[in-house]
Design a protein around this ligand. Structure first.
Ligand code: SF4
Length: 256
């Protein structure tokens, strides 16, 4: 991707780029800095020095097999099953289920927490402002929305966008597990604390989960964590970190 195009995409994320002066500049990629940020710009840290690319013992998410009834479903059967699901109380308040969207041959799987109000209305994950920002984030690393698959941990909207309760995620996760088994992604980009904690089965903070390669499932899919676009809209100062995470995910993917 040309640097001009990348700058356009970063601008769409609400970021502008700046480069180091002096000899280090040649070895460093442009670094994104938030627009309209009152905090002083931080010193650029060499990418390799900033990266933590290790998996702590016990960090890999153990394979969580889809329940037997899901394990045999193909895509149409799974979509049908989700649409009719009444396993948890969220079925009573949803407008419709939000199954997931994207390329069924995608190498990238993006996973968020749960549908919001707009997603509940449209039946598609990551629409509205958060969806536009996610699209910009993907474009910033050279991906079109149509090239990836996007899903949520929960397929129904929690009322007033509250956090999911454990019983809801427990009932709903087998659907996502089956989506992952069918898709066989080469990398998972997990956005937001709730999705990351549920997929990695941890209470660790999002900050401690970023910039590391986690592994998911029996096929050891690399999993990288970053901020949820909705959070970034509320906290634009964190966009710089999200950009670092996206670059990190792109490197992990490129390394295979
Ligand atoms: S959130 Fe998941 S488990 Fe609950 S009703 Fe919706 S599809 Fe079923």
């Amino acid at each position: 991707m040309s640097s001009t195009l990348r700058k356009e995409y970063l601008a769409a994320m609400g970021l502008e780029t700046w480069s180091l002066r002096g000899p280090a500049a040649a070895a460093s990629e442009p670094v994104a800095a938030p627009l309209n940020e009152s905090a002083p710009a931080v010193a650029a840290v060499p990418r390799e020095a900033a990266r933590r690319d290790e998996v702590a013992p016990g960090d890999a998410a153990a394979p969580r097999e889809a329940a037997p009834r899901e394990a045999a479903y193909d895509w149409p059967q799974l979509r049908e099953r989700v649409a009719a699901c009444t396993r948890c109380g969220l079925c009573a308040t949803r407008t419709q289920t939000v199954f997931g969207v994207g390329n069924l041959q995608a190498e990238w799987l993006v996973v968020g927490e749960a549908p919001g109000a707009e997603e509940d209305r449209q039946g598609e994950p990551f629409v509205g402002r958060a969806g536009q920002l996610l699209n910009a984030m993907l474009r910033a690393i050279g991906l079109k929305r149509e090239q990836v698959y996007i899903a949520n941990v929960l397929k129904c909207r929690p009322p007033h966008n509250r956090d999911p309760v454990p019983a809801e995620t427990m009932e709903c996760l087998p659907f996502l597990d089956r989506q992952i088994a069918l898709l066989k992604p080469r990398i998972m980009l997990v956005v937001g604390r709730i999705a990351a904690q549920n997929l990695l089965r941890t209470d660790a903070t999002l900050g401690s989960l970023r910039q590391r390669v986690h592994r998911f499932g029996a096929s050891d899919v690399p999993l990288v964590v970053t901020y949820h676009p909705a959070y970034l809209l509320r906290s634009p100062a964190e966009k710089r970190k999200a950009w670092e995470d996206l670059k990190f995910a792109r490197e992990v993917f490129a390394r295979g």
